[in-house]
Design a binder for this molecule. Structure first.
Ligand code: BDR
Ligand code: CA
Length: 308
C-alpha cells in the first residue's frame, strides 16, 4: 500500500476524492491537511471531519492556512458550485477534533518519518505545501511525489480566463512549489474536464441506500445541478479531485509529458496561469510531469468500483 497525505479544501469533489482514497485498497491515507479554497479553512476542516465521520474512519487531520501566503484573499469561495458551506448545505457541526498542530508541521513530521515513501495529493490551493517547503526545504528530496490537481496547460481556465481555481487561489504559493524542485505530477483541467460523472451513475448510490452512499448521492446530485446551472448544457460533473487520487493509484490512467511550467504572477489577464514552454526545442530541464490525456472510461470504472 502506498502512503499518502491529502491536502484538501473540502468541497464536494474533495469529498469524493477523500472517500475514493480512503476506500481504495492501493492507498494508505495517513493524514489529511486542510486549507482555504472552496470554503474557509475552518469550514474545510469541519467538512473533512464530517466526511470522515460518514466514512466511519479515524484519520488525523491538521488544519492549515486560511489565506494566501503573501497577499490578502483575492479569490472568492466557490460556494456557487459547492453550496454555502461547501457540502451542499448539508448540516455539518463545528468541531475541534483536529490535531493541535499546523498542517505544515504535520506534513514535515510525516515526511521525515517515512522518507521517500509519501505521495502528497494536493487538491486545494498550494499554500500549505509552499509553507512547508519554506519551513523545511529538506522535505523536497524526502517526498516521493506530489500530485497536484490544478492548472490548465493547453486549455482555458475555469475560475479565470486562463487560471484554474486552485492555482489562482494562491499563485505565489504555487510558484514556490513549482520552482522548488519537488517532484510534481500535474492533474489539470486538460484532463479533469475530460472526466464526467452523470446523474444516471449516482442514482446507483441512492439505490445502494447506505449512510455513506446516501450522503455522497445528496451532495453530488447538488454539484451536478450546479454544473448544469453554470454551464447550461450538461447532466454531469467533472471529477477534478478524484482524478488526482486515481493518478496516485495508477499513473497509467494518464499520458504524462515532462514540461517546464511556470506560474504567471504578473499577467493582467493571466494572473495564476500555469504557463508551459511548449516550444519544440525547449532546452530547460522540465520541472513538472503534466498529464495531457486520460483514459476516462477506465478511470470512471475504477472510481465507481471503490467509492461506495
Ligand atoms: C478545483 O477547484 C475546486 O473548486 C475543486 O475542488 C477542485 O479542486 C477545480 O478547479
Ligand atoms: Ca478541491
Amino acid at each position: 500500500m502506498q502512503r499518502v497525505l491529502l491536502d484538501v479544501d473540502t468541497g464536494i469533489d474533495d469529498t469524493l476524492a477523500i472517500s475514493y482514497a480512503v476506500r481504495s485498497t492501493e492507498l494508505d491515507v495517513i493524514g489529511i491537511t486542510t486549507c482555504f479554497g472552496n470554503v474557509s479553512v475552518d469550514q474545510a476542516t469541519d467538512n473533512t471531519l464530517h466526511v470522515l465521520e460518514q466514512l466511519e474512519v479515524d484519520i488525523p487531520i491538521a488544519k492549515g492556512e486560511g489565506k494566501p501566503l503573501f497577499h490578502p484573499m483575492h479569490k472568492s469561495y466557490s460556494t456557487h458550485f459547492h453550496g454555502e458551506n461547501g457540502l451542499a448545505n448539508q448540516s455539518v457541526s463545528r468541531s475541534d477534533k483536529h490535531l493541535p498542530k499546523h498542517a505544515s508541521q504535520f506534513i514535515i513530521e510525516q515526511v521525515k518519518k517515512y522518507p521517500h515513501e509519501i505521495t502528497i495529493i494536493c487538491v486545494g490551493s498550494l499554500t500549505n505545501l509552499a509553507l512547508t517547503i519554506m519551513q523545511e526545504p529538506e522535505i523536497i528530496s524526502l517526498v516521493k511525489n506530489v500530485v497536484v490537481m490544478g492548472g490548465a496547460v493547453r486549455v482555458p481556465g475555469n475560475n479565470q480566463m486562463h487560471a484554474e481555481a486552485n492555482i489562482y487561489a494562491d499563485p505565489e504559493a504555487a510558484d514556490i512549489v513549482f520552482r522548488s524542485g519537488i517532484p510534481i505530477t500535474l492533474v489539470g483541467l486538460d484532463v479533469t474536464m475530460k472526466t464526467a460523472l452523470s446523474k444516471k451513475e449516482i442514482q446507483k448510490w441512492k439505490n445502494h441506500n447506505t449512510k455513506v452512499s446516501n450522503f455522497l448521492y445528496e451532495i453530488t446530485d447538488y454539484y451536478i445541478d450546479r454544473y448544469r446551472n453554470y454551464y447550461g448544457d450538461r447532466d454531469y460533473c467533472a471529477l477534478h479531485d478524484p482524478l488526482a487520487v486515481a493518478v496516485a493509484i495508477d499513473p497509467s490512467l494518464v499520458t504524462i509529458e515532462p514540461m517546464v511550467v511556470s506560474i504567471d504572477l504578473e499577467g493582467l489577464y493571466s494572473y495564476g496561469r500555469t504557463v508551459a514552454d511548449l516550444r519544440e526545442r525547449c532546452t530547460d530541464k522540465p520541472n513538472v510531469n503534466v498529464c495531457v490525456a486520460v483514459d476516462s472510461e477506465r478511470f470512471l470504472a475504477h472510481f465507481l468500483q471503490h467509492i461506495v
